[in-house]
Design a protein around this ligand. Structure first.
Ligand code: HEC
Length: 245
């Protein structure tokens, strides 16, 4: 009763780590060490899984964040050319989107009022460049937006000599929206510009690398965006395919 350990399992020999290991019996060696609480490092596998998740999340964000811009929308859900034909969701008013784009990109120079700054930035209100003039037409306006404008230019009889940067980094929809906005705001009343028309002008002027001068624009025959391009629903023909089998 005094000792329930077999004679060859002397506890004093077990704790003596420096001693001859041969004296420790096999069943004891097979035991796992007692678990202790310590600052063990996070297992490598767990760390790698964590980084893989972060990496995948990063890719997802990069692809779906829309650059964290506040004016992104899903083109799939928007029917630009006013209701009807195959619109999946209620159409978004391009003027609402256009106003946002204007506030983000144009207000610094042309001002919220659209009146510009005397001597520096020309007005958009009542400007022949915006609503059309004797020789100025829709193609000129879209060209200015895509590639910018520089040098002496007359707006409402006043000469400005400055430079506007190109806006080709904006998407076709966005340029169309901002133009539709400036053509219908502040008492301006000109027809909307469609994304298709912006695209056609973009395709036509891909070789252009410099802002236009008024002279160059004048050499460009006037062209109207027309109404023909606008109502044609760009949405892929209503997917009403009946199962053929
Ligand atoms: C950095 C200042 C600046 C910004 C930002 C800017 N513009 Fe301009 N814009 C100008 C200047 C300067 C001219 C005249 C260029 C010249 O003198 O040749 C001009 C000319 C124009 C014209 C033709 C002249 C007129 O007054 O009608 C239009 C249209 C126009 N800008 C629209 C826009 C739109 C839309 C945006 C936003 C997407 C924008 N601009 C952003 C400076 C700017």
């Amino acid at each position: 009763m005094t000792s329930n350990t077999p004679s060859n399992e002397d506890p004093s020999k077990l704790s003596n780590q420096t001693g001859e290991k041969s004296s420790i019996p096999a069943p004891v060696l097979r035991e796992n060490p007692e678990p202790t609480s310590s600052n063990a490092p996070i297992p490598l596998a767990l760390t790698s899984i964590f980084f893989v998740i972060i990496f995948i999340a990063g890719i997802y964000l990069a692809l779906n964040s829309g650059g964290f811009r506040s004016d992104v929308f899903s083109p799939k859900l928007v029917s630009w050319s006013g209701g009807g034909a195959g619109g999946v969701a209620a159409p978004v008013d391009p003027k609402v989107v256009g106003k946002r784009i204007f506030t983000q990109n144009c207000v610094v120079c042309h001002q919220t009022s659209g009146l510009g700054m005397p001597g520096q930035f020309p007005p958009l209100v009542g400007s022949e460049w915006v609503v059309g003039g004797d020789w100025v037409a829709d193609n000129h306006l879209v060209s200015i937006l895509l590639h910018g404008m520089q040098g002496a230019v007359q707006v409402k009889g006043v000469t400005y000599n400055n430079a506007m940067p190109p806006w080709k980094q904006l998407k076709d929809d966005q340029i169309a929206a901002v133009l539709t906005y400036i053509r219908s705001e502040w008492g301006n009343a000109a027809a909307p510009i469609s994304p298709e028309y912006v695209k056609s002008m973009r395709d036509k002027t891909t070789a252009r690398t410099e802002p236009w001068s008024q002279k160059e624009l004048k050499a460009m025959p006037a062209e109207s965006a027309g109404t023909s391009a606008a109502p044609a629903a760009p949405a892929p023909a209503a997917a009403k395919t009946t199962p053929s089998a």
